[in-house]
Design a binder for this molecule. Sequence first.
Ligand code: ADP
Ligand code: 5GP
Length: 198
Amino acid sequence: MAPPSDTRPVVISGPSGVGKGTLYNLLFQRHPDTFCSSVSHTTRGPRDGEKHGEHYHFTTMENFEQLIAQDAFVEHAKFGGNRYGTSKQTVADQSAKGRVVVLDIEMEGVKQIQEQRARGSSLDARYVFIAPPSVEILEQRLRGRGTETEENVQKRLKQALIELEYSKTPGVHDKIIVNDDLEKAYKELEDFVFQAKQ
Ligand code: ADP
Ligand code: 5GP
């Protein structure tokens, strides 16, 4: 398959546990030379199997705050009691590889990038929202992943309702994909990222 003609970064958002990581990891596996992750910074601890510099740059709250003071982030937000941010350096390094950069960020980060864009700066990106078939199924997936404490599951589900409401705002997302059947949702994502610039 020829590389996408639209090489703008792709911002993927959606509630925790909806399957964002599952979907874009398939994109990375099936098109290994075409896409790359923006590798965010986070103050949360690594889950089993997560590698520093690959899944996240795992960092301390102190270091994260220093990076904010240095204006090192494209965007940053608090989520579930931790901080997450996309560093300008990481996006520049990954874009320099000539690949389409994929950002997995929550709602406040999406808002920040879009506000900066409206003022004429920051990333010119494409925005995809991944929605669950239902809130019940989202909860099953989040619990089924087995990575969160009960307290964190509750925080993430509460935030999920806010994110789902926000996804209805006209003009925020270029594409909304319901992740029901995985291969069907994957195909929609793949078709979207490979489609010509609108
Ligand atoms: P996110 O990155 O959005 O937090 P994950 O990709 O970690 O979500 O997916 C959460 C859980 O849901 C994982 O256990 C994953 O295997 C499962 N999952 C993802 N997509 C589907 C799907 N379409 N059908 C069933 N389970 C799914
Ligand atoms: P998790 O802890 O499950 O990896 O991620 C929790 C939430 O943080 C997800 O909604 C994910 O999209 C979001 N997230 C991950 N990295 C970033 C980032 O750099 N910026 C923002 N704003 N959100 C992020």
